[in-house]
Write a protein that binds this ligand. Structure first.
Ligand code: NAD
Length: 303
């Protein structure tokens, strides 16, 4: 049976590293790092994600503030708010919880968070810098996946990796990490990496997954990865978060990933669960990014 990649334990390790550094900062008389989260509207999943972020801030000693704005806010008003926060010297990390309402352009908003405060790494400056191996904020979920792989001691060099999902904030940056040149830093994985997406026919998907040493599932499709399409000894990281009805759960819905955990555990060497896998590590990596923003350790090329 597979060994569990314990996201809760790895997340605690990362949070403890941040906490130790924050304690040193405050012990030297300086103010702690500050994370400001902007929430437009009241999407229930967003509210839960923000609650987890605030909890992690409290744990690590990072101060936090949530700015709640009505769903009816215009894009222009939101941009004015971001401008204020970009110019506030007491705000180190700034993020707008996605999704934003349909009348607001997500790309415009992501690009309006100052690159040096952009702890989500969604500003095009950070996306572009990451793609060319320059210093950048790296989105927390891809960073979490890489930390889980590295801290578990999983070899990626020369291996076959398959990423299911190509979204700009999740699947694509995970693939960039896995395929990248390790000599150029950034924890790049040197794996031969295939990206599958919604138009990859199922019979083609299994051609790739059956030869994969590492599978990262980030599609948002329950049971996408099943035991019959993976090889013995595969490493599986499950990024998916899906709310499904479950008859065994007193009729209540429950969270599952994209992987048939029961079945795939029989064949995999390592597997990450949902919940308790990538989710907590993502929040921990956001704390790391906030500390980086505070320390002003990411330097952007002159532009
Ligand atoms: P998204 O909807 O933007 O993208 C989904 C991607 O999956 C798309 O690129 C699509 O082409 C691909 N896809 C769809 N069906 C597929 C199939 N049958 N085979 C292969 N690929 C397929 O979602 P996202 O924001 O990229 O998030 C992906 C999943 O990860 C979701 O379940 C989301 O809830 C979860 N997520 C988890 C965390 C975390 O911290 N654990 C963070 C972000 C997102």
């Amino acid at each position: 049976a597979a060994k569990l990649i314990d996201g809760v334990a790895i997340a605690k390790q990362i949070r403890d590293e941040v906490k130790a550094e924050v304690s040193e900062i405050t012990a030297s008389g300086k103010r702690p790092p500050q994370l400001t989260v902007v929430l437009v509207g009241s999407d229930p999943a967003s509210v839960i994600y923000i609650k987890n972020k605030i909890k992690a801030c409290e744990y690590t000693g990072i101060t936090s503030d949530t700015i709640r704005l009505p769903n009816s806010i215009t894009e222009k008003e939101l941009l004015t708010e971001l401008d204020l926060l970009n110019n506030d010297p007491n705000v180190d990390g700034l993020l707008v919880q996605l999704p934003v309402p349909d009348h607001i352009c997500e790309r415009t908003i992501c690009d309006s968070v100052a690159p040096e405060k952009d702890v989500d790494g969604f500003n095009i400056m950070n996306v572009g810098s990451f793609c060319v191996d320059a210093e950048s904020f790296i989105p927390a979920t891809p960073a979490a996946v890489m930390q889980m792989i590295k801290r578990t001691g999983i070899e990626t060099f020369g291996k076959n990796a398959v990423v299911c999902g190509r979204s700009k904030n999740v699947g694509l940056p995970i693939a960039i990490f896995l395929h990248g040149d390790g000599d150029r830093g950034n924890l790049a994985g040197d794996a031969t990496t295939t990206i599958c997406h919604r138009y990859t026919p199922p019979e083609q998907l299994q051609v790739f997954t059956k030869t994969a040493d590492i599978i990262v599932a980030a599609a948002g499709v329950p049971n996408l990865i099943t035991a019959d399409i993976v090889k013995e000894g595969v490493v599986v990281i499950d990024v998916g978060i899906n709310r499904v009805d479950h008859p065994d759960n007193n009729g209540k819905s429950m969270l599952v990933g994209d992987v048939d955990f029961e079945g795939v555990s029989q064949k995999a060497s390592y597997i990450s669960p949902v919940p308790g896998g990538v989710g907590p590590c993502t929040v921990a990596m956001l704390m790391k990014n906030t500390l980086l923003a505070y320390k002003k350790e990411i330097h952007f090329a002159a532009h």
